[in-house]
Ligand binder design. Structure first.
Ligand SMILES: [Zn+2]
Length: 358
């Protein structure tokens, strides 16, 4: 289906919200894409390109607008209700063998169409959603008062085997011990800076994942922190971002805008084995939930290590991707946060709203 560019442009000029979902427009000078009804300042015609789907805009390297949230569910899209129903179905059947073909049959779409529509509407692939649902179920089973043991939970949650679970959790973390000892020697890190709802953010990535996500007041200070963290790595500004990097950024932006509770980002960080153990555990605390430092210590089998857990949280260099903001004091006070308590509170509030309404 091709777009009528003149009609699209008229929709942008008149901020026609009734065309929401019919097309999206990207502003090449700002790198952002919007819904037709967006309240942002009107761009010049020559800077605008039109897209039938959000996926096409993202493939052009554009980020979702923080005002009109073009990646959020659009009520105008007739597929939205069906895809949403499918998400509920996955949540309820996370323990079953949910192949793409089975999901397609469930909703009456070809696997190709399902993949496209699901990603466009939910923001992640059906497989990523199934993985997240399983991880959530696994967590819930472990938390039950007279809970199942770990092995039983793994099978109950639909993983089928221990190795499949570890495959899922391990791939999300960790430079090799060698890379760690050498201060990031031989590792290439590209960075980019952007404004977010919680302030200036610098993101550093290797080809394997996110190595640095931090918030601060100036780009210079954030870059110094990046260099301190990886003194021997090759660090350079992001040139042409890879498709993967754009996907990670789109996920981060969705999360920060309050549209993505189940954010899963691959992380590639320097860590001691104790830090790794703590951080991996943190990644399994569901959005909207919190643990105390001593609960984390007990959960990783070192009940006396609450202080060390607090230090591991404070030394986290990838905010959000390793959700150290989900650990608070046993008294219910927020405790500390490397990037300020106001940010910690905002992140927790956003997650609570999301998990209560969604
Ligand atoms: Zn917009």
């Amino acid at each position: 289906m091709s777009l009528d560019l003149e009609l699209c442009w008229q929709g942008v000029v008149s901020r026609d919200a009734s065309q929401d979902g019919a097309f999206y427009y990207g502003v090449m000078t700002t790198g952002v894409f919007c819904r037709p009804g967006c309240s942002a300042r009107q761009p010049k015609r020559q800077n605008v390109r039109f897209y039938a789907t959000t996926g096409e805009a993202e493939r052009d390297g554009l980020r979702a607008c923080l005002k009109c949230h073009p990646l959020a569910l659009s009520a105008a899209d007739p597929l939205t209700g069906r895809i949403r129903g499918l998400c509920d179905y996955i949540d309820r059947h996370a323990d079953a063998a949910l192949t793409l073909a089975a999901l397609g049959r469930q909703i009456g779409l070809s696997t190709f169409h399902l993949q496209r529509a699901f990603r466009a509407i939910v923001g992640v692939s059906p497989k990523q959603y199934v993985d997240a649902a399983r991880m959530k179920r696994f967590q819930a089973l472990l938390r039950e008062p007279k809970g199942l043991d770990v092995t039983a939970s793994i099978f109950e949650a639909g993983y089928g085997s221990l190795s499949r679970l570890y495959e899922k959790t391990d791939r999300r973390l960790g430079m090799t011990p060698m890379e760690y000892r050498e201060g990031g020697k031989g590792v290439e890190i590209s960075w980019s800076a952007s404004e977010t709802p919680v302030g200036l953010m610098v993101v550093g990535a290797t080809d394997r994942g996110l190595a640095f996500i931090q918030f601060g007041d100036t780009e210079a200070a954030l870059l110094r922190a990046l260099e301190d963290q990886y003194p021997r790595a090759t660090i350079r500004p992001m040139g042409e971002p890879s498709a993967e990097f754009l996907e990670w950024m789109a996920g981060l932006n969705r999360y920060l805008a309050g549209h993505e509770p189940n954010l899963r980002l691959p992380v590639h960080v320097r860590a001691t084995s104790f830090q790794l153990t703590v951080w991996k555990y943190l990644q399994r605390i569901p959005a909207g939930a919190v643990n105390s430092y001593s609960e984390v210590a007990a959960a990783i089998g070192q009940p006396k290590a609450a202080r060390a857990v607090a230090r591991a949280c404070a030394s986290n260099s990838v905010a959000i991707a390793i959700p150290c903001h989900r650990v608070i004091r046993g008294s219910g006070e927020l405790g500390g946060y490397r990037w300020g308590l106001a940010r910690k509170r905002t992140l927790l509030d956003t997650e609570r709203t999301l998990t209560q309404t969604g």
